[in-house]
Ligand binder design. Structure first.
Ligand SMILES: Nc1ncnc2c1[nH]c(=O)n2[C@H]1C[C@H](O)[C@@H](COP(=O)(O)OP(=O)(O)OP(=O)(O)O)O1
Length: 189
C-alpha cells in the first residue's frame, strides 16, 4: 500500500508501507541533525556494536554518528566505521530513517549503509564492542548468537529484515521521554 510520507521522511522513489502503528500524531521538530549508521553483513552473519557509553548506551547498533560539516554522509559512515570498529569497508547506502525523541532539541536524519566485506582487524574501542550475530535462527552461523533485537532500538526489528534482504527502505519512529517507541512507519522503496 502506498501512503503519504510522515513529516521529515525523504523518499525519491515509489514506496510500499510495511509497518505502521502507535499514537495518532507525529511529534513536532524544528531542527534536524544528520547521522549515519553502518553494518557489515557477510557469510550469514552481521557485525553489530555494543554501545558502551553515551546515547543508546547498552544497546547493540550499527557503527555511526554525526556527519561533520565538511563531510558527505558516505565519508562520515566510512570514518565512523574506522573509528568505532577499526575497519575500512566499501559501504553502499541501503536506507534512510528519521527519528524524533520527545525532549531533545533536534530530530535525527540517519543514512544507513551496508558492506559485504571489509579490510583491517575488527577492534573494540572505548565506545563500541563489535560482535558477530547469526542472521537466521534457522541456519545459525555457529558460534554466533541470533540478532539481539531485545537489546536494540525498538525500531530496528522493523527495518533490519529489509536491510538483510537488500531491499531499500525509509521510515520514521518517534520516542517518548522514557525511551519507548510511541509511533512508527516503515516502507520499502
Ligand atoms: N532509534 C534508533 N534506531 C537505530 N539507530 C539509531 C536510533 N537512534 C539513533 O541515534 N541511532 C543511531 C544513529 C547513529 O548511528 C547512532 C548515534 O550515534 P552516536 O555515536 O551516539 O552519536 P554522537 O555521539 O552524537 O556522534 P559522534 O560523536 O559519534 O559523531 O545511533
Amino acid at each position: 500500500m502506498t501512503t503519504s510520507l510522515p513529516p521529515g521522511v525523504v523518499c525519491e522513489g515509489e514506496h510500499v508501507e510495511r509497518h505502521a502503528g502507535g499514537a495518532t500524531e507525529w511529534l513536532a521538530f524544528d531542527k534536524i541533525k544528520l547521522y549515519t549508521n553502518a553494518f557489515i553483513v557477510e557469510e550469514g552473519r552481521i557485525l553489530l556494536g555494543y554501545k558502551k557509553r553515551g546515547f543508546g548506551k547498552d544497546l547493540y547498533n550499527g557503527f555511526g554518528g554525526k556527519v561533520e560539516p565538511e563531510e558527505t554522509p558516505l565519508q562520515a559512515a566510512i570514518r565512523e566505521m574506522e573509528e568505532e570498529a577499526g575497519i575500512t569497508a566499501p559501504l553502499r547506502k541501503c536506507g534512510t530513517l528519521f527519528f524524533v525523541c520527545d525532549g531533545l532539541d533536534h530530530a535525527f536524519h540517519i543514512d544507513l549503509y551496508v558492506a559485504n566485506d571489509y579490510t583491517g582487524n575488527i577492534t573494540e574501542t572505548d565506545e563500541m564492542r563489535p560482535e558477530w550475530f547469526a542472521i537466521s535462527e534457522d541456519t545459525p552461523s555457529a558460534p554466533h548468537p541470533p540478532i539481539p533485537y531485545k537489546q536494540m532500538w525498538a525500531d530496528d526489528v522493523f527495518w533490519m529484515p529489509m536491510l538483510l534482504a537488500n531491499r531499500p527502505f525509509v521510515g520514521r519512529a518517534d520516542f517518548a521521554k522514557d525511551g519507548t517507541m510511541q509511533k512508527w512507519w516503515f516502507a520499502e522503496v
